[in-house]
Design a protein around this ligand. Structure first.
Ligand code: ASP
Length: 596
């Protein structure tokens, strides 16, 4: 046996025991005649001690140790002279009688401490060393805990975890597929699943009425801090359910995760908001409802006063920001520049200061009387001391910009406390989104989402305006302004599914080639069904109070989609290329080098 205890386990009550520990050397230090070694494993750190009277063979081993050496240490647990209240094992140390080096270690390229001196790139290259650090260990522990709780909860409700294949045919979820060439089927490709969507629906046809899977999904998208080319979902599907049945089960799951993992009680019931309300009031389909500052439309109030900018637009809207009526000219200019950044895209910013003394001051004083300005401020919810920020333009675009501004002001005013959790269901999305560029409809969720039953007639209309009005029986779970999950009641009628492909512009042959398997399956007794999926990496990050998901994934990719530790993607041998019937049109590494 390599060890009798872990490095996080021993307490004062163990004093007098002879124990053996194994782990990594965090640091060694000499103090007077004493040598101290901090021994670390994933459970904690225990101090090993050696005094001047120790035999030569012991002290010479102790003196030879470097950082991150793997050692085995035997000795007696004794009460420490100077205790360390910050460490769970801080009351004791091990008086060494035996010390064995199990493996030496090169000096690590960065310090393995809570606050490391290593840059992101360096730590990514040595991810296995970075993973020795507490913050990452804690992140992975949290991930494990959440996965375990999810399985417990769903198992207790009769859900079965069933694996679905990774080498499949493309499922459209709105992203690009990763593809895998098939050696045995020349010229043909598998796609890696963007999600198990079609398979879980086929499982419903097969009668497995409560399915879930904590599953890897693959999407070839441009990456941001909260995106990875491969990510994990808690994927679920149920049969013989309506929307509210699904929402109830998964509200329960969220409630139990919050309670069991964070000890937090979240809203019961979780509020629901229609997509239209979310856009009108928050300028976002994933509103952060931890604070107000909602959007108010002022189009009617401002038009017809001779201010050309407002008169010529579809929509004028405002948010009332608390307590900033004392903003200086400079601060307002800075904010105006901020909304003009391409990421926001506004042409300019109009303000109304509702001063603490009840007077008003605005950048459009010329066109409106003080009473009119005050009435607008009050309509948008401003109180004395607040300032109204006004944007204008096309309706949804302007609301979206106001939504971005609202988040920014929420950050500036410290209203987005990561320890407050405000969950929300967004429901009743439009089913379809029109794209001017390609002049066709796209499914807002995915093509398997059912229209709301009361909108079926509209769904069969040939008029674009009618189709734009069709609502989906879909829902998103939103937490603190982040979309954590989403799903829908599905189409289970082959004819409706065929109509959906038609609306999306697929020819009959194309729909049959790509989705024939599911259209056919629906002809063999498909039950009504629906489900959803949660982004598991994001869930972990939110529970861990972090913005980026990378720390919650053991081996993530960087924002170029590279794993810099194993140096992938990489070139493959010509033999492999030939076997796969592949010819690359990309420059060879040599050609690239020559260019550089
Ligand atoms: N497959 C969907 C997604 O990945 C979720 C669902 O509709 O269940 O977003």
């Amino acid at each position: 046996m390599y060890r009798t205890h872990t490095c996080g386990e021993l307490r004062i009550s163990d004093a007098g025991k002879t124990v053996t520990l194994a782990g990594w050397v965090q640091r060694t230090r000499k103090l007077g005649g004493m040598t101290f070694i901090d021994l670390r494993d994933r459970y904690g750190i225990t101090q090993l001690a050696l005094d001047a009277t120790a035999p030569e063979e012991l002290s010479s081993v102790a003196n030879s140790l470097g950082r991150e050496y793997v050692i085995q240490a035997t000795g007696e647990v004794i009460e420490r002279q100077s205790k360390n209240a910050k460490m769970p094992t801080g009351d004791i140390e091990i008086r060494l009688t035996k010390l064995t080096v199990l493996n030496e270690a090169q000096t690590p390229p960065f310090t393995i401490e809570d606050e490391s001196d290593g840059g992101e790139e360096l730590r990514a290259r040595y991810r296995y060393l970075d993973l020795r650090r507490n913050p990452l260990r804690k992140a992975l522990e949290l991930r494990h805990r959440l996965a375990h709780e999810v399985r417990n909860y769903l198992d207790s409700l009769g859900f079965m975890e069933i694996e679905t294949p990774y080498l499949i045919k493309s499922t459209p979820e709105g992203a690009r597929d990763f593809v895998v060439p098939s050696r045995m089927n020349p010229g043909q490709f598998y796609a890696l699943p963007q999600s198990p969507q079609t398979f879980k629906q086929l499982l419903m046809v097969a009668g497995y009425d409560r399915y879930f899977q904590i599953v890897r999904c693959f999407r070839d998208e441009d990456l941001r801090a909260d995106r990875q080319p491969e990510f994990t979902q808690i994927d679920c599907e149920m049969s013989f359910v309506e929307r509210d049945d699904v929402l109830e089960v998964f509200e329960g799951m969220m409630r139990s995760l919050f309670k069991n993992v964070l000890g937090v009680e979240i809203a019961n019931p979780i509020p629901r908001m229609s997509w239209f309300d979310a856009m009108d009031r928050y300028g976002s389909d994933k509103p952060d409802i931890r604070y107000g500052m909602t959007i108010h439309e002022l189009t009617q109030d401002v038009q017809g006063h001779g201010f050309q900018v407002f008169d010529s637009v579809e929509y004028v809207g405002a948010i009332a920001v608390e307590g900033i009526a004392d903003y200086t000219r400079k601060q307002i200019d800075e904010l105006t520049e901020w909304v003009k950044r391409p990421q926001v895209g506004a042409k300019g910013l109009v303000y109304i200061k509702y001063n603490a003394d009840g007077s008003v001051k605005s950048s459009v004083d010329k066109f409106y009387s003080p009473d009119e300005l005050k009435a607008m401020a009050e309509k948008a919810g401003a109180k004395p001391g607040d300032m109204l920020l006004i944007l204008c333009g096309p309706k949804r675009k302007t609301q979206t910009m106001l939504g971005v501004l609202r988040i920014e002001m929420g950050n500036r005013l410290g209203l987005r406390d990561p320890h407050v959790f405000a969950p929300l269901w967004v429901v009743d999305f439009p089913l379809l989104e029109w794209d001017d560029e390609t002049a066709r409809f796209y499914a807002m969720h995915h093509p398997f989402t059912a229209p709301k039953p009361e909108h079926l007639d509209l769904f069969y209309s040939d008029r674009k305006e009618d189709l734009e009005k069709v609502c989906a029986n879909a829902y998103d779970f939103v937490l603190n302004g982040t979309e954590l999950g989403g799903g829908s009641i599905r189409i289970h009628d082959a004819k409706v599914q065929q109509r959906m492909f038609e609306v999306l512009g697929f020819s009959d042959e194309d729909a049959q080639y790509k989705f024939g398997f599911i259209i056919n399956a629906f002809k063999f007794g498909a039950p009504p069904h629906g489900g959803l999926a949660f982004g598991f990496d994001r869930l972990c990050a939110l529970f861990g109070g972090q913005e980026t998901i990378r720390d919650f994934i053991a081996f993530p990719k960087n924002n170029k989609g590279r794993d810099v530790m194993i140096d992938s993607p990489s070139y493959i041998d010509q033999i492999q290329m030939d076997e796969l019937f592949l010819k690359s049109t990309a420059e060879t590494p040599e050609e690239q080098e020559k260019k550089a």
